[in-house]
Design a protein around this ligand. Structure first.
Ligand code: T46
Length: 138
């Protein structure tokens, strides 16, 4: 399936009270140029979100606080990735249907995206997604 689970750069601090630093650089640590960043916050455990695919957009998803499950479908199979550490980064290639489940209150989902926001680049109907995948495979 077209995703990569990355171990993001983490800087170790001598004093644990100083917290942690994790970082990534556009086109170096991730395979695309970042045009947009957004995040989802003030969330409640049990929330389901997503239910769409992108035709063009590459994304890096990361969860600096909490635990969020990302369920992916490429039109043939389903896989699930748990983002439960600030050092995990999930690169999603275009053409994946996704559902997200929040497993803890106040989990934060951050997204770095390759494209500016364009509602026409989304597929929000699952049957349409399957047609799109089948057409691409021909
Ligand atoms: C994704 C999940 C995790 C904008 O105007 N610009 C933006 O960049 C974004 C992301 C959203 N919006 C507006 C469009 C809608 O009126 O914010 C509203 C909610 O966006 P949307 O319906 O796309 O929300 P989700 O939860 O379906 O999806 C969003 C992202 O769009 C999507 O790429 O991966 O969060």
């Amino acid at each position: 399936m077209k995703y990569d689970l990355l171990n993001l750069n983490a800087v170790k601090k001598d004093n644990p009270a100083d917290g942690g630093i994790t970082y990534f650089e556009s086109e170096k640590d991730i395979p695309f140029k970042i045009r947009r960043v957004y995040y989802i916050f003030k969330t409640q455990e049990g929330m389901h979100r997503g239910f769409h695919a992108h035709k063009l957009n590459w994304q890096l998803l990361f969860c600096p606080m909490g635990s969020i499950e990302i369920i992916l479908n490429d039109g043939k199979e389903t896989e699930s990735v748990l983002l439960d550490s600030p050092s995990k980064g999930l690169v999603l290639h275009p053409g994946l249907w996704r559902e997200m489940i929040w497993h803890k209150n106040d989990s934060i989902l951050c997204v770095a995206a390759s494209e500016y926001y364009d509602p026409d680049e989304y597929i929000r109907d699952f049957d349409e997604f399957i047609d799109y995948v089948n057409r691409k495979d021909q």
